[in-house]
Design a protein around this ligand. Sequence first.
Ligand code: HEC
Length: 208
Amino acid sequence: MNPIRITLAALAIICCAAGCVAPQTGSEPASIDAKAAAALSSSFTSASPEWQQRLVQDEVQKQCSAARGKLTGDLASAIVQSQQATLKYPEGGLMGDWKSGEKVAQSGVGLQFSDKPGTVPGGNCYACHQISKAEIAHGTIGPSLLGYGKLRGQSEAMQKYTYGKIYNAQAYMPCSLMPRFGHKGILNEQQMKDLTALLLDPASPVNQ
Ligand code: HEC
């Protein structure tokens, strides 16, 4: 190769390299977290803007994602404290109707971007918990709730814990995988009272 050709080839390589690198100058390559967030938000473009808000992590979710597997005692207590402060209890009793509660527990409907307007979300509890002996299938991400009320009784303190746990699981267990049903507006007050009855009422299938 003559010297001019070599120079041109070298220039071509440099230009190409510069061209390839150019888009990233001045910014760090995207982190895995940023790439994951971008992939997630670009996957639901047909969802309504209100629904898309569900893709944005709140403060506690961010802290839990960042601390996954290495949650310190200080952060754990701070989360429990901040989540305890969100608990709201209804006036006049926490026990509803266990039969309605069972329907809520066994319903996995709701919160999908394709839902028809007015769809009432269920609790999807069976996806993570065993609830009754009659279930054909249930998930095991959470502990079995069979015999929950039989083992613990129906004291006021137990009703308060159970309703509060459903309202915001992280008020008792920081970074719990359980959805915060009341805090996030997934279930309403009556549904949570009915679920409290499902878990505690001696007549419910949970306690047979
Ligand atoms: C995505 C999985 C998931 C879903 C859905 C879920 N839970 Fe849980 N639940 C868990 C996990 C994990 C735990 C254990 C960690 C903790 O205590 O938060 C738990 C714990 C609990 C406890 C505490 C048990 C104890 O021994 O004190 C109760 C009560 C409970 N869940 C009720 C419910 C009810 C009622 C529903 C439906 C409205 C529900 N859960 C839906 C995952 C889930």
